[in-house]
Design a protein around this ligand. Structure first.
Ligand code: NAI
Length: 445
């Protein structure tokens, strides 16, 4: 399971050889702490007051010429001439961004009523994704669209949790993404308690209850661990066959285990009964694969995947919202997959189920926020180093690992950190988003 190629390219002979042969050059990603500072650049005429938010990221102003992070405020870019300022701002500094560093471009949502603004703001997406593919050395590039950029404080404040995440090592495997803040009713919608910053950025989930499905092992276990590490009381839900594993995981985290098959017709009611104080963070992580090409796929393989990965998510979400079992200010995070975005041979069932999650999230998000004060988002993992991917035959595994801008697989912790950002009390303006944790996979990019 260990990525030996990554270790090899970290040695001097490995670097020499792989460079000579034109092979991928993955850099070991920084998941601990950044040492460099932050460079704040602007293109176009902005009204956004970012300085207070950036000052709180923990990254001081860069004075070394090798920034750990660069933020380019392009919210004021409204015509092609101003796009030249994007080039002018980043061209001289891009080479100097530290290994495993961050570039975050800030824009605004394309305006359906103004095709000039829409053209150039959409241009930022192509720019971001292209820079992500070429920048190398474990560096990431993401675009944040601020729906409220015209309001100096509101726009920046609503984006604080997002900027903190994208400018930190927690987002090591998130690149080439476009995240909208304040869209899908995410800002100023009734019941949103989420835009105010919590008192405690270290333990933002203190006093909150998080339920993670499929949390006995793999990505779900990492999600439960990360949420518990941020102060949440976690409920580790998994199938009754995994009860021992679930109990052990829950004990380590000071939480509780809930042995339950999520496909049970009354799963929602049983969860609500098990969490009488209500759920603040609901993570739909449980998922299965039953791969076969469609021509060879019997109905039961189709049915079980659709039931676990999609139907049970729809059923339990509906039941829990209807019962008022997801508290106001709550967060729902569902698990999609790049297979649901790009498609994958042998996975018509899985791809359908995961694309279904994307549809569910986009449709439910504005209504769940308006009606219940709850946000709904999805993470879409790419190639993550788990038991599931360790079982993939060597050549397919190697291809999966390398076919992304960071030329390596992600870790369960990368999905967990992304989930924690979406689950954050200050992420109330992030709603209806599908965020890939895929190192900018070349599939469906
Ligand atoms: P895993 O197989 O290691 O863990 C899945 C967990 O879900 C297991 O503990 C299992 O017992 C539980 N589970 C399965 N059916 C259940 C049911 N009916 N009720 C309750 N629990 C159930 O899988 P992994 O790799 O940790 O994946 C987690 C999620 O991430 C899944 O939704 C998967 O589709 C998704 N994903 C994983 C990727 C990867 O590279 N590992 C890539 C893209 C998406």
């Amino acid at each position: 399971m260990a990525d030996r190629y990554l270790s090899f390219t970290g040695t001097a002979p490995g670097r020499f050889l792989t460079r000579r042969l034109g092979l991928p050059q993955p850099a070991a990603l920084e998941r601990g702490a950044f040492s460099g500072g932050l460079l704040h650049l602007t293109a176009g005429k902005t009204v956004l007051d970012l300085a207070p938010v950036l000052a709180r990221t923990g990254l001081g102003p860069d004075d070394t010429g090798r920034p750990a992070a660069v933020v380019l405020d392009a919210t004021g870019v409204r015509d092609v001439d101003a796009l030249a300022e994007v080039h002018a701002a980043l061209h001289p500094v891009v080479r100097s961004v530290a290994t495993s560093g961050r570039v975050v471009v800030l824009g605004t949502p394309p305006d359906p009523a103004d095709h000039h603004q829409a053209a150039v703001q959409q241009a930022l997406e192509g720019f971001t994704r292209s820079l992500g593919k070429e920048i190398g050395r474990g560096r990431t590039v993401n675009l944040v669209r601020l729906a409220d950029a015209a309001h100096a404080d509101a726009g920046a404040g609503a984006a604080e949790s997002t900027l903190r995440f994208l400018l930190s090592p927690a987002s090591a495997y998130v690149s080439g993404q476009v995240v909208e803040v304040g869209g899908a009713g995410g800002a100023g919608a009734p019941g949103t308690d989420g835009i105010t910053a919590p008192d405690d950025w270290e333990l933002p989930l203190a006093g909150r209850t998080a339920l993670v499905t499929g949390a006995a092992r793999g990505i779900g276990a990492a999600v439960a661990r990360t949420l518990a590490g941020q102060g949440a009381q976690v409920v580790v839900l998994d199938v009754p066959q995994a009860e021992d594993e679930a109990r052990r995981a829950a004990e380590r985290l000071g939480g509780t285990a809930l042995p339950l098959d999520i496909t049970a017709g009354d799963a929602g009611e049983r969860i609500a009964a098990a969490v009488p104080g209500g759920i603040d963070v609901l993570v739909h992580n449980a998922g299965i694969t039953r791969d076969r090409r469609l021509a060879n796929m019997p109905a039961d393989r189709w049915g079980s995947v659709l039931d676990v990965n999609l139907a049970s998510v729809l059923r339990t979400t509906d039941a829990l919202l209807a019962a008022g079992a997801v508290n106001r200010g709550g967060r729902i995070v569902a698990t999609a997959s790049i297979a649901g975005i790009a498609g994958n041979a042998g996975q018509t069932n899985y791809g359908a189920s995961k694309a279904g999650i994307v549809g569910l999230v986009r449709s439910l998000a504005p209504r769940a926020l308006a009606g219940h004060g709850v946000t709904v988002n999805a993470v879409a993992p790419g190639f993550i180093e788990t038991r599931m991917t360790a079982a993939v035959p060597l050549f397919i595994r190697e291809a999966g690992r390398r076919m992304n801008s960071l030329a390596q697989g992600g870790l369960p912790a990368d999905v967990a950190e992304t989930t924690a950002w979406l689950a954050h009390p200050a992420s109330g303006a992030v709603n209806g988003q599908v965020v890939r944790v895929c190192g900018q996979s070349l599939l469906g990019a």
